[in-house]
Write a protein that binds this ligand. Structure first.
Ligand code: FES
Length: 573
């Protein structure tokens, strides 16, 4: 059923014969808008995470204008709403500390103002989940226009991938295999255009999952930021949101258990970032849909990795786009998807991807010739991770998937950083490196420290992977036998806090087991002897974060931001 203009949310602000409406209208006229620009039209908020300090989003300033063009064309009234830009590269200690901040900001920008629907502009790592979480909580029609990946990197004719090749050549430099000049050249070639990281990091993963969930126009998530098709996608998103408002196509009609499963299928087949486990749990929670981290393991056991994109594969997002992009990729996964889910197009996912073709069988592989077999993302449990831990098994050296070794434990990042380059460090390739106090409370904000550096003496000896365990996260562009998101984290007194140097840990990925070989009573004694930790921050947003953040297996959202009434309308007096 189509809405009538008087049923628009913005009508309460702009359409009534009250003194307040007079005030609102006169202020729009003050900006220079004409009454005909907005009277009886859907008001579209363009939530824009552009910033000069976010290289992944620098084009969003002009993309907002392209969205506006589409909104005007379709008979809507566009207004740009600047929101905090979470620049993965620049923000410290970690953007994850601020994901919930942006989610709250998005929700309240919508709630407090005359907004009928939103186009969400973002893509750099945490911006995607934050914008979706906020829009789901606000409950008005929302379409996500992803920032898109940057172009391939280049160094002396060699293709460079974001993050992945930075880590690789950093180790080469540490081992003395490349020069300082080489390193500077790489610095100038690894990020050649605006747009997000172009490996299958958290950005590409989350933009793809937003599409698999149904929140973008079909095919939007893979378009390189610098491609002219990207500008056209922005305009088309602007046109579409106006119709979505008339149709009252709200997020609750798009997100469901089935669409979340579709996103998890896509995650498995992309070889997606481990961060997506946390973000999807948080997104589901906003919609009031229970989602356990075990679901990622269950689905991953039957879905192989078919996207040949680094770090699990060889190519980059630009190649994935030319191969047909996410539409073709989802088409190939049809048998694993619920094609009846509704997307922002107002049609089913099946309708959206009908006829999509794969143009490069190496970039998007057939299911029977995958990049790696099912089981790419695993959820481990054991006496040091009773609430679970996550591992990207497809990015680890296979010999390490069943491993038993002595622990070298660090209580903090600084302690680890000071130790790893020491020539006299007592460490062998069989050791298991453990980093504690890097979780949601301990980091704080659960920084991406989970790809612990291989100690220099081992790098020089040619070691490139070893088992590493932490309560931190890891960049989606990282790789290695890294066990992440240990819950509960060490800082809040989880049993992981009691792991000590010299203990033995056994990792058995096939059995999904992570076991500390220490007797229960010894472990209990260590726990009770451990003093409790003070909150990392006592004022401001940091204190709010410390009071309310949940653990990794619960999505690290704030406990006060669970599902609730979709839109608590403010009084207009
Ligand atoms: Fe923005 Fe990687 S730094 S996506």
């Amino acid at each position: 059923m189509r809405k009538r203009p008087e049923e628009l949310r913005s009508h309460r602000w702009l359409g009534t014969p009250t003194l307040r409406s007079f005030g609102h209208r006169s202020r729009l006229l003050q900006i220079g808008y004409d009454r005909d620009d907005f009277a009886g039209k859907p008001v579209v908020g363009i939530v824009n995470t552009w910033s000069d300090l976010n290289p992944c989003h620098v084009h969003l300033r002009t993309r907002a204008d392209e969205v506006k063009r589409g909104v005007w064309e379709a008979g809507g009234f566009p207004l740009e709403l600047p929101a905090m830009s979470l620049s993965e590269n620049m923000m410290k200690p970690t953007t994850m500390l601020y994901r919930n901040f942006l989610a709250m900001e998005t929700e309240e920008l919508i709630r407090s103002q005359p907004i009928d629907g939103v186009v969400l502009l973002g893509g750099c790592d945490k911006t995607t989940p934050a914008l979706l979480m906020g829009a789901i909580s606000a409950g008005v029609p929302a379409i996500f226009a992803p920032a898109g990946p940057m172009l391939r990197g280049n160094w002396r004719g060699e293709v460079l991938g974001s993050g992945t090749d930075a880590w690789k050549y950093w180790d080469e430099k540490r081992a003395g295999l490349i020069t300082e000049e080489d390193w500077h050249e790489i610095e100038g070639g690894i990020a050649r255009s605006f747009g997000t990281c172009m490996t299958m990091g958290t950005a590409a993963t989350m933009m793809s999952l937003a599409e698999a969930l149904g929140f973008t126009l079909s095919g939007a998530s893979s378009i390189p930021a610098a491609d002219s098709a990207h500008a056209r996608m922005a305009t088309a998103s602007g046109r579409r949101i106006v119709e979505m408002i008339w149709q009252d196509l709200t997020p609750e009609r798009i997100i469901s258990e089935a669409s979340l499963d579709n996103a998890i299928v896509a995650h498995a087949a992309l070889g997606g970032s481990t961060n997506a486990v946390i973000h999807l749990v948080a997104i589901a929670r906003r919609a009031g849909i229970p989602l356990s981290i075990e679901r990622f393991d269950e689905i991953s056991r039957r879905v192989p990795v078919i996207a040949n994109v680094r770090p699990s594969g060889q190519l980059l997002m630009e190649d994935f786009f030319y191969a047909g992009g996410l539409r073709a990729f989802l088409g190939r996964l049809s048998a694993h998807l619920d094609l009846s889910c509704i997307t922002v197009s107002g049609r089913t996912l099946g309708d959206d991807i009908a006829g999509a073709q794969v143009w490069n069988e190496d970039a998007i592989r057939p299911l029977d010739r995958p990049v790696s077999p099912p089981g790419g993302t695993v959820v481990l449990r054991g006496n040091i991770a009773p609430d679970g831990a996550v591992m990207k098994a497809s990015a680890a050296e296979p010999r390490l998937l069943h491993h038993r070794g002595p622990v070298l434990a660090f209580e903090s990042y600084d302690e680890m950083a000071a130790a790893v380059d020491r020539d006299d460090l007592d460490v062998t390739p069989d050791h298991i490196l453990v980093l504690k106090n890097a979780g949601p409370q301990g980091g704080p904000g659960m920084p991406e420290w989970g790809m612990l550096p291989i100690p220099l003496k081992l790098v020089k000896a040619g070691v490139r992977d070893m088992v590493r365990i932490s309560d931190a996260r890891m960049s989606g562009t990282s790789y290695g036998a890294c066990i992440l998101h240990v819950a509960p984290e060490a800082y809040v007194g989880g049993p992981f806090a009691c792991v000590q140097t010299g203990d033995i840990i056994e990792l058995d990925v096939a059995q999904r087991r992570l076991h500390l070989d220490v007797a229960d009573d010894v472990l209990a004694a260590r726990r009770s002897a451990r003093p409790s930790s003070a909150p990392r921050a006592l004022r401001g947003y940091g204190a709010i974060f410390a009071q309310h953040v949940t653990q990794a297996n619960e999505g690290c959202d704030f406990d006060i931001l669970g599902p609730g009434p979709q839109l608590i309308e403010p009084e207009i007096h």
